[in-house]
Design a protein around this ligand. Structure first.
Ligand SMILES: NC(=O)c1ccc[n+]([C@@H]2O[C@H](COP(=O)([O-])OP(=O)(O)OC[C@H]3O[C@@H](n4cnc5c(N)ncnc54)[C@H](OP(=O)(O)O)[C@@H]3O)[C@@H](O)[C@H]2O)c1
Length: 292
């Protein structure tokens, strides 16, 4: 116990942990899990406890001042992590954990219509070049896309219409993503590790929706569309065509099953298996996360 405590970052502000993206799906949980351990946290986002804006470097120093470690949730489509890390080094930050994504090192994994991959590849390189203790978290599709993200509105309306066919993904619970990040922020043995994190098995879209339907206690349907139908529906709803096509591109790896493989990051970092999709759906129901 004492050894564990000694490995942890405790103490005053100089030992504090900066969490960017602190109001988002992973960052919010990282903040909660760190605070549950009694650790000092600066929760930063545009709308968070501590105001931080990636696009306003004037906010960076106040975020980094006095921090020893940082969880970096980058602004997709930018290359701001590299200058941010340079600034972090000047502030004496010693340890960083980067939110990245699976498939980043696989050419052709996804179409990069929004310039997102290029930015994340640069961020990973900046982290590795930083000279700091670093860990990279590469999650697959978040299970919370159904409850808080991309698919949440459709789940609320009872019909998820996507160009994903019978595609499956090893959806990962953001609680597990956060637990891996917290371990990397607070324990020494994760330096230099890249953790690819997924759920314990592939789940098809139909199965995911049926599992949520059962946990939520109401009927929810999955309706597979062609990519053309999907883009046309979004455009009819007022989404600009390039954005609609970019959304379809994001779904393509799901349709092709490219995110169905299982990764061992949760087990490697935490020594336990990841949570199942059913556990995610049930705990979300218990927290009132599937409103009628
Ligand atoms: N969702 C997935 O399935 C998935 C899978 C693999 C990888 N990823 C990657 O994981 C990362 C996203 O993580 P997440 O899902 O935890 O985030 P998220 O839920 O999308 O939340 C984004 C966070 O970033 C903050 N933010 C947005 N714009 C900002 C700005 N200009 N300055 C400062 N903060 C800003 C938001 O807060 P405010 O709006 O209050 O500023 C929020 O806290 C992305 O890099 C994504 O590519 C996602």
């Amino acid at each position: 116990m004492e050894r564990l405590a000694a490995r942890r970052l405790t103490g005053g502000m100089a030992d504090s942990i900066l969490v960017t993206g602190a109001t988002g799906k992973s960052g919010r949980r990282v903040v909660d899990q760190l605070r549950a351990q009694g650790l000092p946290v600066r929760a930063a986002a545009r709308g968070g406890e501590h105001t931080f804006d990636w696009t306003d470097p004037g906010t960076w120093d106040a975020a980094l001042e006095g921090m020893r470690s940082a969880y970096i949730v980058q602004l997709d489509g930018t290359k701001l992590v590299r200058p941010f890390i340079e600034r972090a080094v000047r502030h004496g930050v010693r340890r960083i954990v980067l939110a990245s994504g699976r498939g980043i090192d696989v050419p052709g994994y996804a179409k990069d219509s929004g310039g997102v991959l290029e930015g994340i590849i640069d961020s990973e390189a900046a982290v590795r070049d930083s000279g700091l203790e670093w860990t990279i978290s590469r999650p697959g599709w978040f299970a919370q896309n159904f409850s808080e993200g991309f698919f949440a509105d459709a789940i609320r309306t009872g019909e998820l219409r996507l160009p994903a066919g019978d595609g499956a993904a090893s959806f990962v619970d953001a609680e597990d993503i956060a637990a891996v990040v917290v371990a990397a922020l607070t324990e020494d043995r994760h330096a230099g590790q890249i953790y690819e994190v997924s759920g314990p098995r592939a789940v098809t879209l139909s199965e995911a929706v049926a599992t949520i339907s059962e946990a939520a206690g109401r009927e929810i349907r999955y309706v597979p569309l062609s990519a053309g139908e999907y883009v046309a529906e979004l455009v009819a709803q007022g989404v600009p065509a390039p954005d609609a096509e970019a959304f379809a591109d994001v779904i393509e790896p799901l349709r092709e099953g490219r995110d169905a493989y299982v990764s061992d990051g949760v087990r490697r970092a935490l020594g336990r298996p990841p949570r199942t999709f059913a556990e995610f759906a049930e705990s979300t129901a218990a927290a009132g996360g599937w409103p009628a």
